[in-house]
Each structure stands twice: as C-alpha cells, then as structure tokens.
Design a protein around this ligand. Structure first.
Ligand code: ADP
Ligand code: MG
Length: 296
C-alpha cells in the first residue's frame, strides 16, 4: 500500500480506538484465515471472583477459615489474577491477618506453593495436584458442576493432602460472542487457547460460540501452537493480554493486544485494541481491506 493509504488507515484506526503500530499488519489483516483468542482477559473480563468454596473434611475447628487463611497468605505473594480473587474472597469471609510465607514459588501454568507455620501449602490445578501424587478424588461431582458452569477450579492442598476446592468465575466481555460470530461470518476460523482445564474451556467456548479450543496450554507453549497453525499454511492472528501471550503475539502474522492488558503483551503486538473491545478486530480487518483497495 502507499504511504498515504497506510496513514489514512492508521488514522482511522486511532479514531476507532485501534492503535496500529506496524504498517504491515494493516496490509495483512484482511488476508487472515485463523484468529486465535486467549481466554482470560481477552474473551473474558479478566476479573475473576471466587463464587464457590468447599472443604474436603468438613467444618470442625474453623477448618474452612483456617484453610482459606493459608491459601490467601500464599496467594498474597502471587501476581496471578486468580490470586487476587482468592485473597479478596478470604478477606470477605473474615480472614483478617495473613501469616508469613516462606519458600514461595509460582509454578507457571499450574499454581503456587509456600510454607506457612511449617505447613506446605499448594494451590492450583487438579492436573498439577495429580502430578504431585496428591489424591483429588474428593468433591468430583462438585468440581465437574462448577467447571460445566464455566468456572475455573483450584485445589488447596496442605502437606500433600487435598483439603479444599475453590470455584472461580470470570464473566465474558459483553461483546465477545457477537465478535466471534462476526469473524466466523467473515469466514475466519476462531480458535481459543487457554491454560485453564479442558472442561472449563469447553464451557466458555460453548458460551462464546467457538467450536475449536486448546486447553491446559502451558504459557511457554502458546507460541508453538501459533506456529503449528501457521505450518498448515494458514495466516494467523493471535489476540491476547497476558505476559504469557507475548511470545505468541510476536509469532503470529498479526499480533493483537488488549490495551487494558500487560505492557509486555502490548509491546509484542502489532495492533492494540485500546479499550479492550474485541469488535476492534473486525474494524481492523475492514480498515485493512479499505487500505489495500485504495492502492489498486
Ligand atoms: P490462563 O491461560 O487462563 O491465563 P495460566 O496459564 O496462567 O492460565 O494458568 C493455568 C491454570 O493454572 C489456571 O487456570 C489455574 O488453575 C492455575 N494457576 C495458575 N496460577 C495460579 C495461582 N496463583 N493460584 C491458583 N491457581 C493458579
Ligand atoms: Mg489472558
């Protein structure tokens, strides 16, 4: 495209809350075939809230509040969005002080751990618990019900025993389903990529109208999934907000970040949707078409 048509396209983007940093992305967007969407903070609002909480061994000795205190103390050390949800829930349930945590560690894509009052506390996915040899056969019908309702579930284990289960909801953005439908109508294949478990991913995908999803993806594998789709000959866009999404945004033919997301994701992307409104994806494709039409 000519410098003038690129300037016009970039200017129209800015008017519509779409920051186009790379002229080539404006030339490429109308040729995209596959759009990969991150789940948390991209399709969803990224404001998770604990909605359910059950302990395995009942309520004796204020067991519920004690476990919540251990979980909140460890999560207080974490920057993960789920961590804030758990800390806030603890506070709302009356956890008033957070004991000191030693040996805190975040295990990317799995959870967090730390030692509190000499007890080993681990909070994270069922898959991670199983890999640690922790028995999670409790509360399974509850876990499945919560996940079918699109909630993320997280175990709290103490000294190698699963003690409590949390259900955490993160509502879809109001426009997500409509944007997905619009992209599909334009002939694009929309794929969801998430670190969350398969059942929760399936429920969100269904709510938002996405048929194809890839779940339990470790953060360091997101870029490889983009590459795999590119290897089938497709021109691929990645849409994401997290630090974890940055390599995938850079790998994609067009990387689209969420303006309300992390600086690292924004820096790695070609296009930023300033307010996080996903309808900007459709607008960017339209601008790309117009820009390329202008030169012919
Ligand atoms: P996403 O792709 O949804 O951003 P992540 O790759 O960050 O997910 O994490 C995958 C899963 O690991 C989460 O859904 C959660 O179950 C678990 N997890 C990660 N960090 C934490 C944490 N701080 N506390 C509890 N669970 C966590
Ligand atoms: Mg995200």
């Amino acid at each position: 495209a000519t410098p003038t048509s690129i300037m016009v396209g970039t200017g129209k983007g800015a008017e519509n809350g779409i920051l186009i940093k790379d002229a080539e992305s404006l030339e490429q967007a109308h040729r995209l075939q596959t759009i990969i969407m991150d789940k948390t903070g991209t399709l969803t609002q990224g404001k998770p809230m604990v909605t359910d909480y059950l302990t395995v061994r009942g309520t004796a000795n204020r067991n519920e509040i004690r476990l919540l205190q251990l979980a909140a103390a460890v999560e207080h050390q974490s920057e993960h969005p789920l961590a804030a949800a758990i800390v806030n829930y603890g506070q709302a349930q009356g956890v008033d002080n957070l004991p000191e945590v030693q040996e805190f560690e975040a295990i990317v894509g799995s959870g967090v751990q730390g030692t509190v009052h000499g007890q080993r506390v681990q909070i994270g996915t069922e898959r991670w618990m199983q890999s640690l040899g922790i028995n999670t056969e409790h509360l399974q019908s509850r876990r499945q019900a919560w996940e079918s309702a699109a909630k993320t579930t997280v175990w709290v284990a103490v000294d190698g025993k699963a003690e409590a289960l949390l259900g955490i909801a993160d509502a879809l953005k109001p426009s997500s389903a409509e944007v997905v439908r619009h992209l599909q109508r334009l002939g694009l294949d929309v794929v969801m990529l998430t670190g969350d478990n398969p059942a929760t991913a399936a429920a969100i995908a269904q709510d938002v109208g996405i048929r194809r999803y890839i779940a339990s993806v470790r953060p360091d594998q997101k870029a490889a999934h983009v590459q795999q789709l590119q290897a089938t000959g497709k021109r691929v866009a990645m849409v994401g907000d997290g630090i974890n999404d940055a390599p995938a945004l850079a790998q994609a033919d067009v990387g689209i970040s969420i303006g309300t997301g992390t600086d690292i994701a924004i820096a790695a992307s070609d296009i930023t949707l300033i307010s996080g409104d996903l309808s900007g994806i459709v607008t960017a494709i339209r601008l790309s078409k117009a820009t390329m039409a202008n030169i012919r």
